[in-house]
Design a protein around this ligand. Structure first.
Ligand code: NDX
Length: 256
């Protein structure tokens, strides 16, 4: 049966950090080609409806840790913190897999990116789940530790912002529409990447609550992945809409 190999956790976390830097360097050259950044002339084949694509892509991030949690024998009952934290991770990906895709009005998603996205979700789902279920050690009163409580608060705040902003984006379109409009309301009043801001806050909250290398590596990856994407969205809006609100920033309210 499986056991904890600290070397494996260290190696996988380091590789995640390296992928984050690779991602960042790619983003300096240009955005990932999906959504509003897909080139016009792109072949119509090789794409999947947004619904299927997001469902398939995010499913492993839910399934892998959920299975690790369910199938561990003997079941890990102590400490409570490990199971709680693993459930938080699964909870986010339950939303992203089973709720978000069914409401999205996004354009068809490129198969090639879907493939890499899925690989990423398997990798990260395994790393976070494996660490929490097989390796993490927390004192029994971790649930009252300031890192757990403040991290959990940030996680919930970020998740709230992320879900609310996803909803605002969706309401910009009628079913079947694929045009882009200026997002309004919520945190979009201050930043172009309100959904991304929420997601980044969420994963840094998770990292603080778990106080673990894999979770900090993932938070860093998220920052490197969707931070620059917020900036590319911002530039797209400024170029496309002459009446785009001047005071709005790219990612961080009032700052950047
Ligand atoms: N999926 C995370 N890299 C990514 C898929 C692509 O969950 O090979 C990272 C995630 C993956 C990426 C993933 C990882 C890195 C990959 C990359 C592909 C290549 C890259 C694998 C896995 C890679 C190396 C080489 C390093 C391995 O038509 P549309 O789709 O544009 O419609 C949009 C709509 N919308 C508007 N509608 C009307 N008017 C407007 N102005 C609109 N603006 C947008 O709203 C969509 O339907 C919807 C949201 O669009 P957008 O562009 O704001 O968000 P999107 O990027 O689609 O993300 C959706 C949600 C969001 O809440 C975000 O926080 C979360 O997913 N997310 C996304 C990406 C990564 C991630 C979270 C994370 O890292 N935690």
């Amino acid at each position: 049966s499986m056991q904890c190999f600290p070397g494996l956790v260290l190696a996988l976390s380091s590789l995640l950090g390296a992928l984050a830097l690779l991602q960042l360097s790619l983003y300096l050259r240009g955005p990932s080609r999906y959504g509003k950044h897909e080139e016009r002339l792109c072949r119509p084949r090789g794409r999947l409806p947004a619904r299927c694509a997001w469902f398939l892509q995010e499913l492993p991030s839910f399934l892998v840790p959920a299975l690790l949690l369910a199938l561990r024998s003997p079941p890990r009952l102590e400490p409570l913190g490990c199971r709680l934290l693993c459930c938080l991770f699964c909870w986010h990906y339950f939303y992203r897999t089973f709720i978000y895709p069914f409401f999205t009005r996004g354009r068809p998603f490129p198969l090639q990116l879907l493939f890499f996205g899925m690989l990423f979700c398997i990798y990260n789902g395994f790393l976070q789940g494996y660490y929490l279920i097989y390796c993490a050690e927390y004192p029994n009163d971790w649930c009252t530790d300031i890192r757990f409580t403040s991290g959990l608060l940030l996680f919930l705040l970020g998740m709230g912002i992320n879900i609310h902003s996803d909803l605002l984006l969706r309401q910009l379109r009628k079913p079947g529409e694929v045009t882009y409009k200026i997002p309004q309301g919520g945190l979009f009043t201050y930043v172009s990447g309100a959904n991304y801001f929420g997601e980044i806050v969420e994963w840094f909250g998770f990292a603080i609550a778990t106080w673990s290398l894999p979770a900090f590596a993932f938070a860093f990856f998220t920052l490197c992945c969707i931070g620059p994407r917020a900036y590319h969205h911002h530039r797209y809006y400024l170029k496309t809409f002459t009446d785009y609100p001047k005071s709005r920033k790219a990612l961080i309210p009032f700052i950047f």
